[in-house]
Structure formats: structure tokens, C-alpha cells
Design a protein around this ligand. Structure first.
Ligand SMILES: *Cc1c(COP(=O)(O)O)cnc(C)c1O
Length: 817
């Protein structure tokens, strides 16, 4: 079937409710209706999915395997029906059944197999690849528990497991016949084959069966459906086990436990490496399964494994899948008998690596003993890659020890996964201009000097289909009414909006839409936080993972400062402001959790202080995730992008805000630099140290925040209020660590390592400019519209075209039904 009429869809929903739940539509719960609608939509997708596969087979296409530990997909139903262009039919059919599409969409669990930006980027990329008609398989892990659900209790974050598969996932398809075996542990035995060639055989290992589940990635209105392939681990059937035959009962149970543990849970760390053995198991598990499958698939149609790079690319999303380099070498050497040089040639033409951060705490390193015990054959290969690479470095730099220290893959008892990825890839890319420059000139300088041709920039992007067309229907319709609908697949067409930015009628229409979106968010806040916020106030929003480098602390300290000013002068004339936060902290990140508590404690005091007449409000939105993010971006006036310059590799939240007509208040960091390049400095609020200044201070060992503290009464007052019970009457120690971290060096950590006090006054000034600007509604409307008009560069469609052109060299396909 190609499309539903309303009658056909109604019948299909009725049939599914009956078959799945033994009920009629009127008796079914909303959740059951969601399932029935989703299955009905899947029936449409299936035709296109099969046809896409057929075309791929027939044309023997080159495919990119996008390897990522994380895919932060968000709900599928709403976007699938938009991309199938069947949303109107679904909406009307449901209305006739007495249901609202919005409410049915709300019943879908929000698949959160990712932490933040990195996982969301992977999701945007897959959607863009389908929309542009390029063959991709997203490869990841089917975590039983995704990103935890955040509950705020008494101002503290609580983590609740996210049992997203509880009711089953109607869109997924288990692919039994594509299962493969992944081997852990044991030892390597060396023998010689009949030609006297050395053979390496892993023995006495623990096998795990990797079974893929495919999820459809529907392109916009083009019949292309790619797959996200997430792997689940199963124990090998007992009766096929050697060890079980020999009566090794304990070994069989161990293998059950290994399989059960691997895909159990997503590590909730964003930009931070924890070094847990289970994490390495997860990495090798999904990499080995994905690479094995890709090679088997290639060999179905081809004779010569040495031509693999003509049809296959492995794109490594950060260092998490770096073991791909060694796993592909293993397969080529051990299963296909290539020589080392042949295998290395194939590997280094197939792998490409994306770097996502310069922060040292995010760099993955594995202790040799742990790595060698878990992956004995892979370890041998990494050793040999390192030995040969070190020979090259010694030769080229005449035993320069500094070079060895920086570039070695194995060093100081550890395996450095970033170095493995760089050496084993033909492309190394950063994710924004500034970030790539820092990689080339600082972090990866030595590698850049050795192989400059590998390095390139791919500024991140976002999909406008989700973050405008789906998330902000009012604005999407308004834009289409002005400039037509080409922006949906060609975001650069937004530029045509510029001519409307100065038109008073358009300004009013635009601000009315923003107002309605603010009303929608205010209702959500009323319902979830029991706080009344005024949709006429400035909605000043910072939503992203809680991390010290992102500086939510700077934001809330400005709120504390403003509150102090209001207390001194309650009649102070300010534009009412609603400060909105949303952020999950990694479960083990103590200081991040203290900052959440601080935000909520400040909110508690400020929101309930009658003497300030409701001029400022602080709202912490619980459980920030893709589904509520869409609504939050639509309602924002101010986009807080205030990371310490040089620390945020790109940011993509900044782009979603811009697309929805919020104005950036930010530092010259990550993609903010390019946002300002596009929209103009005059249409953003920029403050703070530059990345060069930050890096210079860091090379000098930091700066002395006490000088600022001693001179600045305003700063001293709010800092004192962190520890004198002003916001924490019961426990004066709650925020003491946060307070002290701004003033004292501690355990190898510099005082105020993220330059909060250093940037504070500059931030306050920028905030005053925001306030002044908002008093001029014409100016604000114009600047906001210009932000939308100049967001074209930040479509992930543009990013993907650059990957295709410079790295992947894919051909576009067309799929007809
Ligand atoms: C876009 C997005 C992010 C990334 O936001 P940054 O501000 O770039 O860190 C994180 N989480 C969700 C749910 C997102 O949609």
C-alpha cells in the first residue's frame, strides 16, 4: 500500500486494536491506540523499506556504516507520518475517532539511547541521509534501559530506569538471520597453515550471540527508508555449547550473565570517560557485530575483499567505536588471509573518525591488562599497529621522545583510543570551524603535521523536519505561507524571509506565534512544576546536559545577582523574565547534581518572594529530552549558549533555538562562532573570554579568581549566599563545594577552571543588553526573524552533503513506488 484513505486507516486501527488487545477502539486505552496507529503506519513504511532495499541491491550501492554508541532518536510516530506525508490523514482519522494526534503521540515512549548532542547528531544524520537518498546503516546498541528518567524531588535529581521497551516497540524488526557471534576472553594460539603461514586462533573464549533489530529511518517524501540497526546480546543456545556438552555448567551460566549484562544500560556520562570494563565490552560487542555483518554483506556480491573501500565506509562517531580499526584488521588478516600491508591498506581506506571534544576527561584510554584479557587477539593487533606506527615516528623524527609521548597508541600502560582512530582512518574531522582549528593547532597538532590531508571540518547541523516542521507547526506554517515550502528540504531558502524582517505586520504575526508557543510551554510548566509563568515575560532558556563547562552555574549566579538587585530596589524597572533550565546530570557527577539543587533552591526562594512582584521566575523543567525539547525551542526568546570558550566543540542546541527564532546569548565557542557569522554580531549577544584567551590562561596554569572575588562586592554577596543558608537554610554545606571550587585549587583542579568569575561581569552586561533590546519590540522581532532567515547553514542536510562530498563519496539513489 502507498497511502491510506481515512477509511482504510480507520479500518487498520480497528483491526490492530482487535488483534493486539481483543478490544474495540472505544474500549482501548490511549496507549493501545498508539500501538495500533504505529503498526498501521509501519505497514506503509514496510513497502518503501523493501523497495529501498531492492534498489540498493540492484544498484550495488556504496553504504556508510555510521557507528555510534548513542542514537538519541526521540519519538518516531510524529516524524514518520510527516515524512510519509500522511500526517493530515492520520490527524483527521483520529479526530473522527474522538482522539487528538498530539495526545496519541504523547503515548509513545521517547527512545533515548543517547546522552545529549552526540547521540542527537547521529539521529539527525540518519534522517538527513534518508531525506537526501543516501544509503546508510546506523549501527548501535539496543540498550534495555536508555537514558534514565529524571525526577526532581525536593530540588534533587533522582534517576528512574527508562524501561522504554516495556510495551514493545512497534517499529522495530528483529533480524534473526543476520545474527553473528562475538568472542570475548580466552587466549590466542598460533599455528601454521599448510603454506607455512602463521595463523592466530582465539580459543576458550566466551561467545555472545549478537542479534540485530532494525528500525526504519523514513526520508521526507522520497520513499527512501534506511535502517538503524541496534544489536542485542543473547547467550548461545546451551545445547550447542562445547563447554556445556562437557558438563561445564558454571561456564554456561557465566555466558548467560555476560550476554544479559552487555546491553543492559546506557552509560549516562556526557563528555566524560569512566573506564568501566562493561563499557569496553559494549564497544567491542556492537563494533564486532557491525563490522562482521558489513563484510559478510559485501562478500555476498563481491569476490575480492581488497576492494571493500569501494562499497563500505565505517564512520566512527567519536572514539567510542575506535576498536573498529583493529576488528577490521582481524577479519582481513585471520578470516580472509590478507597480508598485513594489504589489510592495513583496506582498513585505512574504509575507516573515518569524527572527534567530538578536546576535553581530556573525555578521552578514552584502556589499561593494557584489562584490554588484553578481554580482547586478546585485538590487543595483539593494536600492539602491531602501534609498533609499526612508532617505527615510522622514530624514523621521521629521529627518536624525538616528545613525539612518541604525544602520538603513541600504547603509552604508560594504556591504550589511547583516539590515537588508534586517527592512525587507522583516512579522515579526521572536527564538528565546527573553531573546534577543527583547535584540533589542528593544539590538541592534535602532531598528527596534523604528520598527515595534514586527513584533517577536515564538518560543522554539525540539525534536521528542520523535526525541530521546526514537527516541533513548531505554527511557525512552520507561517514560514511556508511567506516563502513556500522549499525550506523543508533546502533550508538555505529561509534566506527569503529576510525581506519580511522589517515588515511591521510580519513582525506582529511572528511575535504572536512566539507568544502562542510560550503559552503552550507555560501550560506545561503549570502542569508539571505548579509554577505560574507569564508568557509576556522574556523566556530565557538554557537546556542541555548539566556540565561544569556548559556553565549553568554562571546562569544561576546571574539570577542570584539580579534577585539581590531587586531586593535592594523592589521597584527597579525590569522586563519580567522567566529563567528556564532543563538538564540531566550524570548519575555519578556530584558537583553537577549540586548545581541542579542550587538552581531549584534559588527558584524556591525567588518564585515565592512576594516582594519582587513576580518580576523574575526560575523554572527547572524535569526530565529534559527530545520530546519536550521540541516544545521548549519553539517557546524560547533567549538561547543561552554560555560554555567556556574552546570547550563546546560545536553545540547543536544553539542551532535549534536559532531555527525557532530565539536570539543567542553566548560566548565565541563552538558553532556559536558560525551562527554569528551567518546572522551578524548585531543580532546576537556575545560576551566573555575568547578561546585564545582561555587557552592562554590554561597554558599559564590558570588565573587567580580571588582577585576578582576581593574586588567585586556583587560577586562576593551572591557567593556568600551559597554558604550562609540564604538558599539552603537546613544544610549550610549543600553548596560549599561549588562555592569553594570557584576560589580554591583542589586536588589538581584549578580554582574556577571554567572562568565563571572571570566572565561574570561581561555576562551581566550582555544580559542588560538583552533587557534593553527586548524593550524595543520592533528590534526584537526583526532580529528574531533574521535568526530564522539565516539558519540555512545549520541544516544537517548541508552537513551530510559535505560528508558525502569530502569523505564518503556516495551516490544518491531514487526510489519509485
Ligand atoms: C540538541 C539536544 C542536545 C544538545 O544540546 P547542546 O545545547 O548542543 O548541548 C541535548 N539533548 C537534547 C534532548 C537535544 O535535543
Amino acid at each position: 500500500m502507498q497511502a491510506y484513505s481515512k477509511d482504510e486507516l480507520k479500518r487498520s486501527i480497528e483491526d490492530y486494536v482487535k488483534v493486539l488487545y481483543r478490544k474495540g477502539v472505544s474500549e482501548a486505552s490511549k496507549k493501545q491506540i498508539f500501538q495500533a496507529v504505529a503498526y498501521s503506519v509501519k505497514d506503509l513504511i514496510i513497502e518503501q523499506w523493501m523497495e529501498t532495499h531492492r534498489v540498493y541491491e540492484e544498484e550495488d550501492v556504496k553504504t556508510v556504516y555510521y557507528l555510534s554508541m548513542e542514537f538519541l532518536m526521540g519519538r518516531a510516530l510524529g516524524n514518520n507520518i510527516i515524512n510519509l506525508k500522511t500526517n493530515k490523514v492520520v490527524e483527521e482519522t483520529l479526530r473522527e475517532l474522538g482522539l487528538k494526534l498530539e495526545d496519541v503521540e504523547e503515548e509513545e515512549p521517547d527512545p533515548a539511547l543517547g546522552n545529549g548532542g552526540l547521540g542527537r547528531l547521529a539521529a539527525c544524520f540518519l534522517e538527513s541521509l534518508s531525506t537526501l537518498g543516501y544509503p546508510v546503516i546506523g549501527c548501535g546498541i539496543r540498550y534495555k534501559y536508555g537514558m534514565f528518567e529524571q525526577k526532581i524531588e525536593n530540588g534533587y535529581q533522582m534517576e528512574v530506569p527508562d524501561d522504554w521497551l516495556r510495551d514493545g516497540n512497534p517499529f522495530e524488526m528483529k533480524q534473526e538471520e543476520a545474527a553473528v557471534i562475538v568472542k570475548f576472553g580466552g587466549y590466542v594460539r598460533m599455528t601454521k597453515d599448510e603454506n607455512g603461514r602463521e595463523k592466530y586462533i582465539q580459543e576458550n573464549y566466551s561467545p555472545v550471540r549478537a542479534v540485530p533489530y532494525d528500525l526504519p529511518i523514513v526520508g521526507y517524501s522520497n520513499h527512501v527508508v534506511n535502517s538503524l540497526r541496534i544489536w542485542d546480546a543473547e547467550a548461545i543456545d546451551h545445547f550447542n555449547l562445547d563447554s556445556f556438552d562437557k558438563g561445564d555448567y558454571l561456564k554456561a551460566v557465566e555466558q548467560q550473565n555476560l550476554a544479559r549484562s552487555i546491553c543492559e544500560v546506557l552509560y549516562p556520562n556526557d563528555n566524560h570517560y569512566a573506564g568501566k570494563e562493561l563499557r569496553l565490552k559494549q564497544q567491542y560487542f556492537f563494533v564486532s557485530a557491525s563490522v562482521q555483518r558489513a563484510v559478510l554483506k559485501y562478500m555476498e556480491k563481491h569476490e575480492d575483499i581488497r576492494q571493500l573501500p569501494e562499497k563500505v565506509i565505517f564512520q566512527l562517531n567519536d572514539t567510542h567505536p575506535s576498536v573498529t580499526v583493529a576488528e577490521l584488521m582481524r577479519i582481513l588478516l585471520d578470516d580472509y588471509d590478507l597480508s598485513w600491508d594489504e589489510a592495513w591498506e583496506v582498513t585505512t581506506k574504509t575507516c573515518a573518525y569524527t572527534n567530538h571534544t578536546i576535553m581530556s576527561e573525555a578521552l578514552e584510554k584502556w589499561p593494557i591488562d584489562l584490554f588484553a584479557k578481554l580482547l586478546p587477539r585485538i590487543y595483539q593487533i593494536v600492539e602491531e599497529i602501534n609498533r609499526r606506527f612508532m617505527n615510522l615516528i622514530h624514523e621521521k623524527y629521529h627518536c624525538n621522545f616528545k613525539k612518541v609521548e604525544k602520538m603513541a597508541i600504547i603509552y604508560n600502560g594504556q591504550i589511547r583510543m583516539a590515537n588508534l582512530a586517527i592512525v587507522g582512518s583516512f579522515s579526521v574531522n572536527g564538528v565546527a570551524k573553531l573546534h577543527t582549528e583547535i584540533l589542528k593547532n593544539q590538541q592534535l597538532k602532531d598528527f596534523y603535521e604528520l598527515t595534514p590531508e586527513k584533517f577536515n571540518n564538518k560543522t554539525n547541523g540539525i534536521t528542520q523536519r523535526r525541530f521546526l516542521l514537527h516541533g513548531n507547526p505554527l511557525l512552520a506554517n507561517w514560514v511556508t505561507s511567506k516563502i513556500g515550502s522549499e525550506w523543508i528540504t533546502h533550508l538555505e531558502h529561509m534566506k527569503k524571509l529576510e525581506t519580511y524582517a522589517l515588515d511591521p505586520i510580519c513582525q506582529k504575526e511572528f511575535m504572536d506565534i512566539k507568544y502562542q508557543n510560550k503559552v503552550r510551554l507555560a501550560e506545561y510548566i503549570k502542569q508539571h512544576n505548579k509554577i505560574e509563568v507569564d508568557p509576556n515575560s522574556i523566556f530565557d532558556v538554557q537546556v542541555k546536559r548539566l556540565h561544569e563547562y556548559k556553565r549553568q552555574l554562571l546562569n544561576i549566579m546571574h539570577v542570584m545577582y539580579l534577585y539581590e538587585e531587586l531586593k535592594k530596589n523592589p521597584r527597579m524597572d525590569i522586563v519580567p523574565r522567566t529563567f528556564i533550565f532543563g538538564a540531566k546530570a550524570s548519575a555519578g557527577y556530584r558537583r553537577a547534581k549540586a548545581i541542579i539543587k542550587l538552581i531549584n533552591s534559588v527558584g524556591e526562594v525567588v518564585n515565592n518572594d512576594k516582594t519582587i512582584g513576580g518580576k523574575i521566575k526560575v523554572v527547572f523543567i524535569e526530565n529534559y529530552r527530545v520530546s519536550n525539547a521540541e516544545m521548549i525551542f519553539a517557546a524560547a526568546d533567549v538561547s543561552e549558549q554560555i560554555s567556556t570558550a574552546s570547550k563546546e566543540a560545536s553545540g547543536t542546541g544553539n542551532m535549534k533555538f536559532m531555527l525557532n527564532g530565539a536570539i543567542t546569548l553566548g560566548t565565541m565557542d563552538g558553532a556559536n562562532v558560525e551562527i554569528v557569522e551567518e546572522v551578524g554580531l548585531e543580532n546576537a549577544f556575545i560576551f566573555g573570554l575568547s578561546s585564545d584567551e582561555v587557552i592562554k590562561y590554561e597554558l599559564e596554569g590558570g588565573y587567580n579568581p580571588k582577585d576578582i572575588y576581593n574586588q567585586d562586592l556583587g560577586i562576593r554577596t551572591i557567593m556568600t549566599h551559597m554558604i550562609d543558608g540564604y538558599y539552603a537554610p537546613v544544610n549550610l554545606d549543600l553548596f560549599r563545594e561549588v562555592h569553594n571550587s570557584l576560589l580554591d585549587n583542589f586536588g589538581g583542579e584549578r580554582a574556577d577552571q571554567f572562568f565563571i568569575l572571570k566572565d561574570f561581569r561581561s555576562y551581566v552586561e550582555a544580559q542588560q543588553k538583552v533587557e534593553m533590546a527586548y524593550r524595543n519590540p520592533e528590534w526584537w522581532a526583526k532580529a528574531a526573524i533574521l535568526n530564522v532567515a539565516n539558519s540555512g547553514k545549520f541544516s544537517s542536510d548541508r552537513t551530510i552533503e559535505e560528508y558525502v562530498e569530502d569523505i564518503w563519496k556516495l551516490e544518491k539513489v531514487t526510489v519509485e513506488l
